[in-house]
Design a protein around this ligand. Structure first.
Ligand code: ADP
Ligand code: MG
Length: 210
């Protein structure tokens, strides 16, 4: 996928994330303060508007992802603004200069993004955050690096969904859910679901446009 196709990919993800607000709000009401859906909606609406701006012509895919991350950071607020903004900015920096989005580039993006998120917030897999979905996705991406993008992204999205699902059995140690302690058991982490949605919508777009 070239820069312009990748821009359309991110636009599709942004529109779908905006539509996902009610689902994410409901999940955050169970274990957090209920603002995760609105935060993601605000961030991705700003990203959508940026991507629709005629004058926004990133020169490569790295710059595209970094600029999207910066926009999320400045528009979302909350823990997730910093966390998801960092994912896109750190991941984007690692693929600076790239003209083609393929499985190897997605893998580099996820690996560097995961490292950036860890450096920023310190959450490890098992801590009941979006890291559980991101780490599962990254491990799968490394395992399927030689597959075509359409096949790889499908497997990566499934792994992220399983990672998000696994947070049900975990006790939160970060963010607002932390105060719930064991009462956070039995509920998935909303940020982990957001992470898996981003990859699910990525897979959907790539399947429909191959
Ligand atoms: P807030 O906690 O400020 O209300 P949100 O509700 O928007 O922010 O986002 C909560 C989500 O942020 C959580 O579901 C979790 O996935 C993610 N999160 C919180 N802290 C961290 C962290 N240190 N590392 C990774 N993700 C985190
Ligand atoms: Mg919240």
């Amino acid at each position: 996928m070239n820069v312009s196709e990748t821009k359309n990919l991110l636009l599709y993800i942004a529109e779908k994330m905006v539509e996902s607000e009610p689902v994410l709000t409901e999940l955050d009401l169970k274990i957090g303060d209920g603002d995760h859906g609105l935060g993601m909606q605000r961030g991705f609406a700003a990203v959508r508007d940026l991507l629709k701006t005629e004058t926004f012509q990133p020169k490569d895919i790295g710059e595209l992802f970094v600029t999207v991350g910066t926009k999320m950071m400045s528009s979302m607020g909350g823990a997730s603004g910093a966390i998801f903004g960092t994912l896109f900015r750190a991941g984007g920096k690692a693929i600076a200069g790239t003209e083609t989005f393929d499985t190897k580039i997605l893998t580099q993006f996820l690996s560097a993004g995961k490292e950036g998120v860890f450096n920023r917030g310190g959450a490890k897999p098992g801590d009941k955050t979006m890291m559980d979905a991101l780490a599962a996705a990254t491990s799968k991406a490394i395992a399927v690096q030689n597959e075509s993008l359409v096949d790889a992204v499908d497997l990566i999205a499934i792994a992220a969904e399983q990672g998000a699902e696994s947070t049900k059995d975990q006790i939160a140690v970060f963010g607002r859910a932390k105060s719930l302690g064991e009462r956070s058991l039995g509920h998935v982490d909303p940020g982990a679901v957001s992470m898996s949605f981003i990859l699910k919508y990525m897979s959907e777009f790539i399947k429909n446009n191959k």
